[in-house]
Design a protein around this ligand. Sequence first.
Ligand code: NAD
Length: 442
Amino acid sequence: MTRSYNRREFLRQAAAAGVGFGVLGGLDFRFAQGASERLQLAVVGVNSRGHALAETFARLRDAHVAYICDVDIRAVSRTVQAIAALQDRRPLGLEDFRKALEDPALDAVVIATPDHWHAPAAILALDAGKHVYVEKPCSHNPAEGEMLVAAARRNKMICQMGNQRRSWSKVKEAIGRLKEGVVGPIHYVRCWYANARRPIGVGRPAPVPEWLNWDLWQGPAPRVGYRDNVVHYNWHWFWHWATGEAGNNGVHSLDLARWGIGADYPARVTSAGGRYYADDDWEPPDSQMISFEFPNRALVTWEGMSCNTVGAYSEGFGALFQGENGSLRILPGNGYVLYDNKGEEVRTEKEAGDSPDASVVGPGLGYDMVHAWNFLESIRGGEAPASEIEEGHKSTMLIHLANIADRTGRALKCDPETGRILNDDEAMRYWKREYEPGWEPK
Ligand SMILES: NC(=O)c1ccc[n+]([C@@H]2O[C@H](COP(=O)([O-])OP(=O)(O)OC[C@H]3O[C@@H](n4cnc5c(N)ncnc54)[C@H](O)[C@@H]3O)[C@@H](O)[C@H]2O)c1
C-alpha cells in the first residue's frame, strides 16, 4: 500500500504542536512508497530530554511511541501520561528497555540516557534489529564510538545522532554557502557555549531512592555507591558517566565546524582550563579552551563557559567561520549572519518566529521535529539520515580527544585519517573504559 504524508498535513500537525512554519521551508514531507504502518518506537531515558523527544515523536503522525523506558519509575509514569494524551494508544511503561527489544514489532529505539549508556544501549538495539536515534555525544569514549559505527554497519540499520542542527533549514543553508565559498577559504572557526550552572556540592552516601533502579542506571559503568548529588543531570560532571560540558554542548558547535570546513579528524589537539568556580565534586573543566588543528589549514577552537553566561556576541552559543573574504556566524537558533572582511554585517538569515528554547531539554524543540522526521523518513528509505552515526561519531571524537588532552595535560598528535592518538600510550589509556563485569558492549 502506498502512503503519502504530504507537506500540508505535516504543516497542519506542526501548527497544532506550536511549531513555526518557516523552519520547515524547503523540505518536502512525503514518505516513501510502501510505507503502510506507523513506525513503532521505544524511548529510553525520559526524565528531561527523552520526555521532550517522546512528545516530539508522538506528534509525528507516522510514529507511534509504543514503549516509555526509564529506571526512574516516576519519569515513566509522568511520560506515559503525557504521551497517552498525544496519541490514540497508551504506551507501555518499562523499567528495563531490554524487554522492549524483544518485541518483533518494534522498529526503532530513541536513547536519551546519561552518556555512559548511549553506545552500549544503541549497540544492543542495533543487534536486536532496531533502528536507533541516539542523543549526543553518541559515546562515552572513543572505543565505544567505533563499536557503535561497526554495529550500525553489521546490522545495516539506520543510526542517527541527536545533533539536531544538522536538520535545521537555515543552518544547512549556511553550511551550503560556506561550501560554495561565500567567505572564501576558511582558516579559523571559533565555537563557544556559555551557561550559569550552579555548584553541585560534595555528595554524601545516601540510600538509593525507592523510585530508582540504581543498578540498571549504572549498567555498563563499574559499580559505585549511591551518592546524593548525581541523579538526575549532575552526572554530566563526573568522568565515570559523562563527557563534561564539551560532550554536553561543545559537540553541537564542533559538529558544525567540522561540517563547514569539510574535515574529519584533527592533526593536533590541546585543552586548557579547569574546575574553577567551586570546590565541589564536579570533575571536568567549567572554563575550557580547546584547539584543534586540521590538516586543511584550519584551526577550530571551542570555549566552554559553564558558569558565566556572557559568551560572545551576547550569545551563549555560536560558531564563527572566518574566511579569507569574510565571516559567517551560526546563531543559537535556526539562522546565521554573514560579515564582509571588514567585519560589517552584510546579511542575516533567520527563521521567522525563531525563539530558541533556552531550557535544559534543548535549544528549540519545534526544530527537533524536523530532525525526528528525518530519522523516520530515513527508516522509510525516503531520505538519507541528516546525522548518520559515522558523522556523529567523528564529531563526538573531537570532544573525546579534547577531554583526553585535558586529562593528560598534554597536546595530542593524531592521525587525521582515523583520529587515533599517535605515540602516546598514556593518552591511549583513555581510549576505552573499564566495564562492570558482564556489561561489556560486544
Ligand atoms: N540534543 C540536545 O539538544 C540535548 C538536550 C538535552 C540533553 N541531551 C542529551 O540527552 C541525554 C539525557 O540528558 P538529560 O538532561 O535528559 O539527563 P537526565 O539525567 O535528566 O535524564 C536521563 C534519564 O535517563 C534515565 N536512565 C538512566 N539509565 C537508564 C536506563 N538504563 N534505562 C532507561 N533510562 C535510564 C535516568 O533515570 C533519567 O531519567 C544526555 O546525553 C544529553 O547530552 C541532548
